[in-house]
Design a binder for this molecule. Structure first.
Ligand code: F6R
Length: 610
């Protein structure tokens, strides 16, 4: 949510490094973009409504020469997406400029105080208070660093922010509280700071992750200094190495990131299980949980917290862990969990699931139990992210960077990991070996589903003009239905609702008529006959039905208008195959509607504000 990038190094690179970084972060926010750069003792500003390309066009080619620049791609929180509200924001003399990701909760109070002191504001944003406050404190401080520190101590809320000043044009001032920030260290004495490592990957793999309440001052050619605001001390933190390559964040020959990421599913399962499942020996080895193996023996309840697609993966995990490991599981939306007042015992483990590892609500859920003495576990994709670092132990997804706003391969990785966690925690069940073997066999089955993409596209075309869609399923098909509905609505803007099939008669059936199709998950399961009955009830109300069924099921063709098949699999692994069908279906509906699949309206990847 909002991307920020800053560079201090050598001419003429400043602007191009920042523009390329912003382009890599555009999936985090795309309603406006802006940057400022140091030139001949001044800070020059350019802000444009729309995409990073608009900013690029405005700067022209070649871009102006500069050694230092900071930039921002915005997802509006306070104030509409206009040029004035776009970042960077500045003080009256335009000697201080700031880009910010997050929300300054006490901005109204600061604005009032500064207005009383004669400061005037041009934008509707919360961010604009920061450069004015910097200006105010600069006049009362020895140097800019001291002013920066004073300002940070005044701000409440969340920020990942970067500041530039004409006084020290070769220096980046950056700070973090509740919003990710990473410093990239280059061999030639240059630095990059960004809200996501994707922005610096093309230039360096050497990174230092900042923690909350820390700020960094990095001057080109000099050592950088990280300071802890709470303890008033310098922080000595080891440089880490990024473990992914720049080509992992390019679309390659694909038209969209989303389809590329859907096609990565077989590899995603292979990576999520690599070195972890050993079908021949009949074991699952999760190194990330070994350090807490003794504690896990005493866990008698697991609460999974997550948002969106990760929450739906958690719901699949609930079925899996309860059935395979026999441990009661509750899945909570992180945004609700953090405000609940439920009793919590020490034998409960909290398991956070997150692709980005930066989702504000999920972080808040983990923080809430900080002092309860409960074990905090993570299933996270982004290595080194906040959630990965906050948890006591966890299992990385290893899905590689996910760029499309709609999550696809991360869901596949999360469900693969949760299956392994269920097996790891199992004390023995007759499903253990078949499930382990099936997980091993799954990448090939996913490949088979991908081969039917053209057939799915043809079916998707028929439903492009529908305004509503229902998704139904039972047991493992139920979270799949919820996720299918989310995928369709977020990228195609078709109203879609997911329901447990057994709930149809308790309300949703009232909506069904010939214009309201249902996507029924009718893969092999003990409850398939019951799903057939639900489909019959929909047909009796003239509702069109699209079904996803197991290969060889011919009966379904007499019930559904359209059928998409997946290879036979266990019910427990069916969400992994069904998800691919639904992802492809939603993708092709959105493509047919000529929508911006990777960057759906009003959304952004990585929701770092509440
Ligand atoms: C939907 C989607 C979102 C995310 C949610 C959680 O396609 O991408 O619903 O799943 O914002 O994000 P993470 O997993 O990064 O915590």
């Amino acid at each position: 949510m909002c991307g920020i990038v800053g560079y201090c190094g050598k001419k003429p690179l400043g602007i191009s490094v920042v523009l390329d970084g912003l382009q890599a972060l555009e999936y985090r926010g795309y309603d406006s973009a802006g940057l400022c750069y140091a030139q001949d003792g001044s800070l020059v500003l350019d802000k444009q409504v729309g995409r990073v390309q608009a900013l690029r066009d405005s700067l022209g080619s070649p871009a102006p020469d500069s050694a230092t620049a900071i930039g921002h791609t915005r997802w509006a929180t306070h104030g509409t997406p206009t040029q004035t509200n776009a970042h960077p924001h500045f003080n009256a003399g335009k000697t201080i400029m700031v880009v910010h990701n997050g929300i300054i909760e006490n901005h109204a109070e600061i604005r009032e105080k500064l207005s009383g002191l004669g400061y005037s504001f041009v934008s509707e944003t919360d961010t604009e208070v920061i450069p004015h406050l910097l200006d105010y404190y600069r006049k009362k401080s020895q140097n800019f660093t001291e002013a920066f520190e004073k300002v940070l101590k005044q701000l409440r809320g969340a920020y990942g922010l970067l500041a530039l000043t004409t006084e020290e044009p070769n220096t980046l001032f950056a700070a973090r509280l509740g919003s990710p920030l990473v410093l990239g260290v280059m061999d030639d004495g240059a630095y990059i700071v960004a809200s996501d490592p994707a922005a610096l990957l093309a230039h360096t793999k050497k990174v230092v992750y900042l923690n909350d309440h820390e700020f960094v001052v990095a001057e080109q050619g000099e050592d950088y200094e990280i300071r802890d605001l709470l303890r008033d001390t310098s922080v000595d933190r080891a440089i880490e190495k990024l473990d992914f390559d720049a080509n992992e964040i390019s679309k390659g020959d694909y038209e969209h990131f989303m389809i590329k990421e859907i096609y990565e599913a077989p590899q995603t399962i292979r990576m999520a299980t690599l070195g972890r499942i050993r079908p021949k020996e009949g074991i699952v080895k999760l190194g990330g949980l070994d350090s807490v193996a003794d504690q896990l023996k005493y866990i008698d309840r697991i609460v999974i917290v997550a948002c969106g697609t990760s929450y739906y993966a958690g719901l699949v995990g609930e079925y899996l862990i309860e059935e395979i490991a026999g441990i009661p599981v509750e899945v909570a939306l992180a945004s609700e969990f953090k405000y609940r007042h439920e009793p919590f015992s020490r034998s409960t483990a909290l398991l956070a699931i997150s692709q980005s590892g930066e989702t504000a609500d999920t972080i808040a859920a983990l923080k809430k139990v900080e002092n309860f003495g409960v074990l905090r576990l993570g299933v996270v994709n982004a290595v080194g992210s906040t959630i990965a670092r906050m948890t006591d132990a966890g299992v990385y997804c290893h899905a590689g960077p996910e760029q499309a706003v709609a999550s696809t391969k991360a869901f596949i990785a999360q469900v693969s990991i949760l299956t392994q966690i269920a097996l790891y925690l199992s004390q023995g069940t007759e499903l253990y070996k078949p499930l382990l073997d099936e997980l091993d066999a799954l990448p090939k089955k996913v490949e088979t589903v991908l081969e039917s993409a053209d057939a799915i596209r043809e079916i998707a075309k028929k439903y492009v003009n529908n305004r509503d869609f229902l998704f139904i399923g039972r047991r493992y098909g139920y979270p799949s239905a919820l996720e299918g509905a989310l995928k369709l609505k977020e990228i195609s803007y078709i109203h879609a609702e997911g329901y447990a099939a057994g709930e149809m008669k308790h309300g949703p059936l009232a909506m069904i008529d010939e214009s309201f199709p249902t996507f029924a998950i009718a893969t092999a399961s003990e409850l398939l006959e019951k799903t057939y009955s639900n489909i019959e009830e929909i047909r009796a109300r003239k509702g069109p039905v699209v079904a996803v069924a197991t290969e060889g099921n011919e009966h379904i063709t007499s019930l559904a208008d359209d059928v998409m098949y997946v290879p036979a699999t266990l019910e427990q692994t069916s969400p992994l195959l069904v998800a691919i069908v639904m992802q492809l279906f939603s993708y092709y509906v959105a493509v047919e509607k000529k929508l911006d699949v990777d960057k759906p309206r009003n959304l952004a990847k990585s929701v770092t504000v509440e």
